[in-house]
Each structure stands twice: as structure tokens, then as C-alpha cells.
Design a protein around this ligand. Structure first.
Ligand SMILES: Cc1ncc(C[n+]2csc(CCOP(=O)(O)OP(=O)(O)O)c2C)c(N)n1
Length: 346
């Protein structure tokens, strides 16, 4: 997938204040640095498999800034950027990828569901939460995240249908990064754009340059206002690209040409906003260098906290799925306790 003309438009920089643009820019740098450090931690054996998002920062940060604190997010495994913006501590995200149950638990008042790995299953959850909000007369909205490949799953279609019929306060936010692991969009769907699918459910569809943070911010803001007014759901297709592999267990050079990746890097969302800020006279290369250093301190202290967290007791494996363990699992748990001790980790 090559970037289209749409990605080559300059960021629409007239409408938003310098303060907001600067905030969003700093957040994109933080998210990128977090992501790079996470990949490095995995490569050095300190994190499990990780799903990188580099390249998708504008889509995620722009979306996050357009939402309100009490709105609910239903993320996939790649939504670290929007989760950080919405209040998830970086330490918690690191703990998740380190296999800790604590990594699924946001602080009180941070409305983010646990990461959903089964593709598209979180979209009906978002629609259900939106239905609950509507029935209770609350003005919070729900955002269900998904990738391009997930639009081929039944859960996506059922969720879209339900959202359209019941006119629910939900945004279904699709980051079209061109690939479902190694499967390109052209082998995933016979339509040119994913936004076309929305019409089949009576849901408004908006296609946006996902590397233009201003365009994303505006699209999500309009969709959120519309949902809060009671005017129903929006499907947003944010066209973007992931620079790295699907996860650290994948190797993208086996199915993508280097030239394609380079073409997208020329549309880098962070570089684009930096150019705008420098043109506006509110940012400089010196400030930029200092900012990268500042975020390094923040990410490092999240890593330190993750590493200081005690190891998981082995028998934790048996918690959370059943209120009462079936006999077979009781026996397996007891056998494990004989080997490792109750609650103990080796
Ligand atoms: C129901 C289900 N089928 C298959 C998988 C394996 N799988 C994990 S990620 C992925 C690709 C998803 O691609 P996309 O929806 O485009 O999102 P992206 O990873 O590009 O963000 C697949 C097929 C899964 N996790 N769940």
C-alpha cells in the first residue's frame, strides 16, 4: 500500500491553538519513545511479545485528545498511544506486556477496558457500553478501536448494525494501517475504502488522513459531539501505516518492500506537526531535543517501576476465569503448589 494523495496534504493548521498543538506534539513524542523503548525491552528479554505502533501516533493521540475523561475506550493490543493520553500509566502498560494481571487494571476513574486480542471482539463491547450509557441517560460515549483486518470479522458487522439501529453514542475508530499481520488490505476486502462499509448499516462514515493529527482531532471531535447530542454513531477510517512489524514475533520485511515503508516515513505524523510548530514560531530544534530527553526520563521511571514489581506467583494462573475452580483445575493448581509453594514464585 502506497500513501495516497490524501496523505500528502499539509496538516490543516489554521484551526487549533498553539497550546493544544504543542500538547499533542509532546504526547506524540512521548508515545513514540515509549514504543521504541518497549521494542528494545522485548529484544533484550525484559518484556514479552509487544505490538508496536510507531507511525500511528497521530491517529491515536489525535483521537485521545478529542475525547472526554469519562468516555470509555475499548482497545486492541496496539492502542498504547490513545491509552496513555486517556490516563493509563505507562508502567501499567509495561506490566501488561510483561504478563502481569496488574497490567489490565487502570487506575480508578480511567475508563479503559482491558486489551482485547481476539480480533474485533471489543467492538460489540463498545456498542454495548454505549447502549448502557444511552439507557442510563449519561452523556459519556464509547470508542471501539479496530484495525483494517478486523472489518472482515463478524463481530464488526454485528456491532455496526446494532449501533446504527439503536442510534448509539459510539465511535468505531478504525486505524487502517494497510495490513492484517502480513495480509494486505487488497486481500482483505474487495472495496477500495473501508469507510464504504458504514453506509450498509446506516452509520455515518468519515475517512481521514490518519497521519494528520489535526484532521483526526477534528473528525473525532465532531463524531463525539454528535454522539453526545444523541445523533448516533460514526465510523472513522484513519488511514495510516505501521513502520515496524505487526508484533515483535513478526518480521515485516518478509511481506513488505522497504521502499513502501520509506514512502510512508516521508509522511511521518510527528515530523509534519513539528514543521507546523516551527513555522508558527512556537517550537525549535533545541526545544525538540530537550523534549526527547524529558520523555526519556518519564519512560525510564515507568520501566523502573515495572522492573521493581515482584514476580507473579505461579498459582495466579488459576485465578480470574472461574469463581469456583473445576476439580480438574484444583488438582493442577495443587500440583503446581507442591512444586513451587503456595503463591510463591521461583
Ligand atoms: C479472532 C481472531 N482471529 C485471528 C487472530 C490472529 N490475529 C492477531 S492480530 C491479527 C491481524 C489484525 O489486523 P488488523 O485488524 O488490521 O489490526 P492491526 O494488527 O493491523 O492493528 C490476526 C489475524 C486473533 N487474534 N483473533
Amino acid at each position: 500500500m502506497q500513501p495516497t494523495e490524501q496523505q500528502q496534504l499539509p496538516a490543516n493548521n489554521e484551526t487549533l491553538s498553539n497550546d493544544l498543538l504543542l500538547d499533542m506534539y509532546r504526547s506524540m513524542i512521548l508515545v513514540r519513545h515509549f514504543d521504541r523503548r518497549a521494542v528494545h525491552l522485548q529484544r533484550t528479554g525484559r518484556l514479552g511479545t509487544y505490538a508496536p505502533l510507531e507511525g500511528q501516533e497521530a491517529a491515536q493521540v489525535g483521537c485521545g485528545y478529542a475525547l472526554q475523561k469519562h468516555d470509555w475506550l475499548f482497545p486492541t493490543y496496539r492502542e498504547h498511544g490513545v491509552s496513555i493520553v486517556h490516563g493509563m500509566p505507562m508502567e501499567t502498560i509495561f506490566l501488561y506486556w510483561n504478563g502481569r494481571p496488574e497490567g489490565c487494571v487502570p487506575p480508578e476513574g480511567v475508563n479503559i477496558f482491558p486489551v482485547s486480542v481476539p480480533i474485533a471482539t471489543q467492538v460489540p463491547h463498545a456498542v454495548g457500553a454505549a447502549w448502557a450509557a444511552k439507557l442510563k441517560g449519561e452523556n459519556q460515549i464509547a470508542v471501539g478501536f479496530l484495525g483494517d483486518g478486523a472489518t472482515s470479522e463478524g463481530d464488526f458487522h454485528e456491532a455496526m448494525n446494532f449501533a446504527g439501529v439503536f442510534k448509539l453514542p459510539v465511535i468505531i475508530f478504525c486505524q487502517n494501517n494497510g495490513y492484517a499481520i502480513s495480509v494486505p488490505l487488497s486481500k482483505q476486502t474487495a472495496v477500495e475504502t473501508l469507510v464504504e462499509k458504514a453506509a450498509g448499516y446506516g452509520v455515518e462514515g468519515v475517512r481521514v488522513d490518519g497521519n494528520d493529527i489535526v484532521a483526526v482531532y477534528e473528525a473525532v471531535s465532531h463524531a463525539a459531539e454528535k454522539a453526545r447530542r444523541g445523533d448516533g454513531p460514526t465510523f472513522i477510517e484513519a488511514v495510516t501505516y505501521r513502520y515496524g512489524s505487526h508484533t515483535t514475533a513478526d518480521e515485516h520485511s518478509r511481506y513488505r518492500e522497504a521502499a513502501e515503508v520509506e514512502a510512508w516515513k516521508a509522511k511521518d505524523p510527528i515530523d509534519r506537526l513539528k514543521t507546523v510548530l516551527i513555522e508558527r514560531g512556537v517550537w525549535s530544534d533545541e526545544q525538540d531535543a530537550a523534549e526527547w530527553e524529558r520523555v526519556d526520563g518519564l519512560v525510564q521511571s515507568a520501566i523502573d517501576s515495572m522492573q521493581a514489581t515482584p514476580p507473579v506467583p505461579h498459582d495466579r494462573l488459576f485465578e480470574y476465569s472461574y469463581a469456583e475452580l473445576p476439580q480438574e483445575l484444583v488438582e493442577q493448581r495443587d500440583e503446581m503448589r507442591e512444586l513451587y509453594g503456595k503463591g510463591g514464585a521461583k
